[in-house]
Ligand binder design. Structure first.
Ligand SMILES: [Zn+2]
Length: 126
């Protein structure tokens, strides 16, 4: 059985234990799984995280999407010729493979920013 891509459509990282393994998907990125696992993983319940004010915390939102197009050993980025990079987040050491991926990731730090101008710049995608 070929693998499918499991995307995290949230702007926050997704971590979830599945079949005894900790699954980690950076924001906007994907992992590959076999089709059966992908469907089970998507439907697995994750608890809602409540913020201090009683509003659901978006960090807890499970925004998983499956791309059922079978994957090959050649990465999609190789096919389209997009340069694959190791871009390190200066705040936490997270490594993004693409510049848009890094920008999306950096937004997860926006709430930690003390300086309002810097925070707005990040929220607006710099
Ligand atoms: Zn970071």
């Amino acid at each position: 059985m070929s693998n499918v891509r499991v995307y995290n459509d949230n702007k926050f990282e997704h971590r979830e234990k599945f079949r005894g393994v900790q699954i980690f998907i950076p924001p906007g990125e994907y992992v590959e799984m076999n089709k059966e696992d992908a469907v089970l993983f998507k439907s697995q319940f994750t608890p809602i995280i409540r913020g201090k004010n009683g509003v659901d915390d978006p960090r807890g939102f499970k925004m998983i999407r499956i791309d059922f197009e079978p994957t090959t050993n050649v990465s999609v980025r190789d096919v389209v010729g997009e340069q694959e990079l190791d871009l390190t987040c200066q705040a936490c050491g997270f490594i993004a493979k693409t510049e848009p991926g890094l920008k999306v990731h950096i937004r997860t730090h926006a709430t930690q920013m003390v300086d309002a101008t810097a925070r707005e710049a990040i929220e607006n995608g710099i």
